[in-house]
Every structure is written in structure tokens, then in C-alpha cells.
Design a protein around this ligand. Structure first.
Ligand code: AMP
Length: 301
């Protein structure tokens, strides 16, 4: 089974209380694809880079089995660059710079081999790009979308159009409040269902995540960690674990979505333990299963 993902492929400069990195591998599509690649699924990536994007990053993704037919390289162009820092509150990134560079005039053209995929993930990127990719897919079984505060603020109408056409919206608590104007998160989640999706997943950083439909509710805690090195990519990694499980299980039942929330939580818990994708580089599937069991056990009464 395969999943198509469109999102940013980035070089990130990040500072946290634990240290900093310059122009490290990042981007919503990269975190997502890497996390999803731990499951029995082929991830087909759509994105664009400049010629400053090192071949070692391409090799890393290829070694993880990610299909890069849809990754364009623009000669003379510069890769998307995000610069951010986290001060006291590790749940909230402060953006210092967003340089779209080659994403500024990217016109995604989906390879023919991608169009029949059953699953689609619209990772965080300009909502018009998300919509362009969605429109080129034939008939995906499940369309899932993520976004961020920048797009809610600056491209609200385009984002609402994308949200109307998807099945599941994944976003964090602050974004859910910002999108709906509701401060109560349950009201916010219901308001999101009224915008089109049949399911919403709300991430609350160290306080876990919940998923809600018209007739179901499920909440999970975050995996308990004593130290967080770099929260960057936690949301995209969560989505990668969540979708990786759903696609490999090929099961869209409530029970399956509940397990997916736990897998997303576990993948994100590994990612925050090092900068960039460094923890995922040497992560193994048995380690994922071990944390999944511990988390599931902690929820039993
Ligand atoms: P997360 O911490 O999961 O919300 O996502 C962090 C990743 O999002 C970083 O690797 C950034 O490169 C990427 N990112 C930051 N701002 C944007 C943006 N405006 N559009 C797309 N990707 C972004």
C-alpha cells in the first residue's frame, strides 16, 4: 500500500535550550515520510529542493525506501529554509524566518505512478499547493491534512477550501483555537467537523492528543519523557506514525484510529530526543513496539 505526501523539504536552523543546528535536514514532508517509512507502506514524496540540498539527504530518504520520483530539484534555486527557536515553552516554536525560496513558484506535477495511491497526506505547506496535489489524485480512500498558524493567518480562504475536501484534519491546540475562534478545544474540534472533515486530531504537545468524530472521542497522553532536545518536527512525525500505521493496517475503524494515535505519539516521542532527524536515523521497529506497549499499558485501568 502506498501514500502520497506533499509538504516542505527543508533546511532548518533551530535553537533550543539544549543547543542549536544550522541548515539541518527538516521539512514537514521529510519528517512525515521518515516516520511513515517504519511501517509496511511505500511513501511517495512530492516536493522541491534547490541545488544547495545535499545528496546525503536524498540518499537518506531513498535508503528509508521513500519514493522520490516527485522530488524536483531546481538548478540555481535555494531550498526552503525555516529558522526558529524555542524559549521556555518547548510546546511553541517562535518562527524567526520562513524563506520559501523554490517553494515560492513550485507547481507540483504528480508523477503518473503516484496518482492511484489510496492514501494522501497534505503535510504543512501553502494550502494552494495542497489543493493542487489533491486535485491530481484519482480517488484516494483517505485524505488527511495538516497546517500551521502562518497559513491560518495569511491564506485562510485557501486553507478552508482544502479543509472542505479532506477526511481528517490534524492540528495542534493553538491552531485549532486560531482556526475556529473557540477557546474550548472540544468546541473547536466540533467546529472543525462543521468545516468538512469527518474526523479531527488535536495535538497538545506534552499533554498528549485526542481524536474526535460526530460520535466518538479518544484521548491519549504523551509518552513520558524527562528531557526534550528539539521539538521541531514532532507534529509531522506524529502524523507519519499515525498514517504509517493506518496505511499498513488498511483499516479505517475507530479502533484502528485509536492505535494510530498511539503510534503517532510514540514516533514523535523519539523524534524530540535529538535535533533534526537524528534520532530517527538509528531508530528500530522493535523500539517503536516497545514504547507502544508501554504507552498502551499506562492507559489500562
Ligand atoms: P513541526 O515542528 O512538526 O510543526 O514542523 C517543523 C517543520 O515544519 C520544520 O522542519 C520546518 O521546515 C517546517 N516548516 C516551518 N514553517 C513552515 C511553513 N510555513 N510551511 C511549510 N513547512 C514549514
Amino acid at each position: 500500500m502506498s501514500i502520497v505526501v506533499v509538504g516542505s523539504v527543508a533546511l532548518d536552523s533551530v535553537e533550543t535550550p539544549a543547543g542549536s543546528v544550522e541548515a539541518a535536514l527538516g521539512g514537514s514532508a521529510v519528517y512525515f515520510a521518515t516516520a511513515a517509512s517504519f511501517f509496511q507502506t511505500v511513501v511517495r514524496l512530492v516536493g522541491v529542493v534547490g541545488d544547495d540540498f545535499d545528496q546525503v539527504h536524498v540518499d537518506f530518504l531513498r535508503d528509508r525506501g521513500v519514493d522520490l520520483t516527485g522530488l524536483e530539484r531546481v538548478a540555481g534555486g535555494k531550498t526552503f529554509h525555516w529558522k526558529g527557536h524555542y524559549l521556555q515553552d518547548l510546546n511553541v516554536a517562535q518562527t524567526l524566518a520562513t524563506e520559501l525560496n523554490v517553494f515560492g513558484d513550485f507547481q507540483p506535477k504528480l508523477p503518473e505512478t503516484y496518482r492511484d495511491s489510496d492514501y494522501l497526506f497534505l503535510a504543512n505547506i501553502h494550502p494552494t499547493l495542497q489543493l493542487q496535489v489533491l486535485r491530481q489524485m484519482h480517488a484516494p480512500r483517505l485524505k488527511v491534512c495538516d497546517t500551521m498558524n502562518l497559513w491560518i493567518e495569511t491564506t485562510r480562504q485557501e486553507l478552508l477550501q482544502t479543509i472542505r475536501e479532506i477526511d481528517v484534519l490534524i492540528l495542534n491546540d493553538g491552531e485549532a483555537r486560531q482556526l475556529t475562534g473557540e477557546s474550548n478545544l472540544i468546541r473547536a474540534a466540533h467546529a472543525i467537523l462543521a468545516l468538512g472533515p469527518s474526523r479531527v486530531v488535536v495535538k497538545k504537545g506534552e499533554h498528549g492528543a485526542f481524536t474526535l468524530t460526530q460520535d466518538s472521542f479518544f484521548a491519549a497522553p504523551a509518552y513520558p519523557l524527562e528531557q526534550i532536545v528539539d521539538p521541531t518536527g514532532a507534529g509531522d512525525t506524529f502524523a507519519g506514525g499515525f498514517m504509517g500505521y493506518i496505511v499498513s493496517a488498511q483499516d479505517l475503524s475507530e479502533q484502528s484510529f485509536r492505535k494510530a494515535i498511539l503510534y503517532g505519539t510514540v514516533l514523535a516521542s523519539f523524534n524530540v530526543q535529538d535535533f533534526s532527524l537524528n534520532r530517527q536515523r538509528h531508530l528500530t521497529y522493535p523500539e517503536i513496539e516497545e514504547r507502544f506497549e508501554k504507552l498502551a499499558e499506562s492507559m489500562r485501568i
